[in-house]
Design a protein around this ligand. Sequence first.
Ligand code: G6P
Length: 368
Amino acid sequence: DAVAKGGFPHFMLKEIFEQPEVLRNTMRGRLLTAEGNAKLAGLDTNIKELRNINRIIITACGTSYYAGMVGEYMIEDLAGVPVEVEYASEFRYRNPIIKPGTLVIAISQSGETADTLAALREAQQKGATALAICNGVGSTIARTSDGGVYLHAGPEIGVASTKAFTSQVTVLAMIALLLGRQRRLSFETGADIVKDLLELPDLVTETLKLSDSIAEIAKTLCKANNFLYLGRHFCYPVAMEGALKLKEISYIHAEGYPAAEMKHGPIALIDENMPVVVIAPKDSLFDKIISNIREIKARGGKVIAVTTEDCHPLDEIADHIITVPKTRPMLMPILACIPLQLLAYHIAVLRGNDVDQPRNLAKSVTVE
Ligand code: G6P
């Protein structure tokens, strides 16, 4: 067991620390620097068809769903194709509208989630081409799909998904790049994105150095009963994923929210017992999120800010600052989610929970 964990106390921590290598494996041979493009062999048979699709539905469950939300923003941004993301369990039962030109992408780490498989089949039944983004090689979803992309993340043992999420987002970035280059995305921007993607593994290594300081922050927060996670734009799904991680392994109630929606409800919950994790990278929405943070502080809330360098005046307002390296906004979710994985991990350890096998949860949900 100790050998399998590679010297780490838990599989989850091992998998968090594997992420630089995992991202290298996810991208290996798939990025074309000279063309500013991605080449995904599993999509080769669909490549012409992809040029003509006019709508995408991404369907998934759990963490894979939040990766899909990042994918929505990336694909709309780079390719200008409208994307919807839908829980597989909703999609499959509500008679979705699928017209010619609609592409469905199912995302599943295991490739065995019952609802996601059923959603994929429902999409095919209605005539859609259905692609899959899976980690499980030869899994049922991978075999049922009309094409797709493997994560190459290696087996994920910890029930709370970590490396699969960052690698799913990486695959979605490559798909967004490919769809973008078929449409309005210039060679130059494409080449910049390729460069930024290739830099990510080193930036993830940098980010992982935060683990000890996050363990310290965790000590001050581990007795809280409720958490709020806020983010905007590309980092809104990161807030959702951060809250999910905390729920899954710390058993602390946590809600993820788009930062500006806070004033339409969650703000009523904020007091000195409510830690608020805010993902606030220095980007075009930085000033907006600063005013959201001021609203939290005015009500006594504790703010843990995940940000990038030069974050002034955030350094004066937040109770804890976690500084991650900077990359283009579209790729920030990959770096910003790592402190949240570590925060959930360290809090769960402090609370004495079974990190790798949290109560009531299964790695792969093959029942409905
Ligand atoms: C379960 C797991 C989650 C996972 C979800 C979807 O709930 O505990 O970690 O995100 O299923 O699984 P999939 O294998 O389809 O990505």
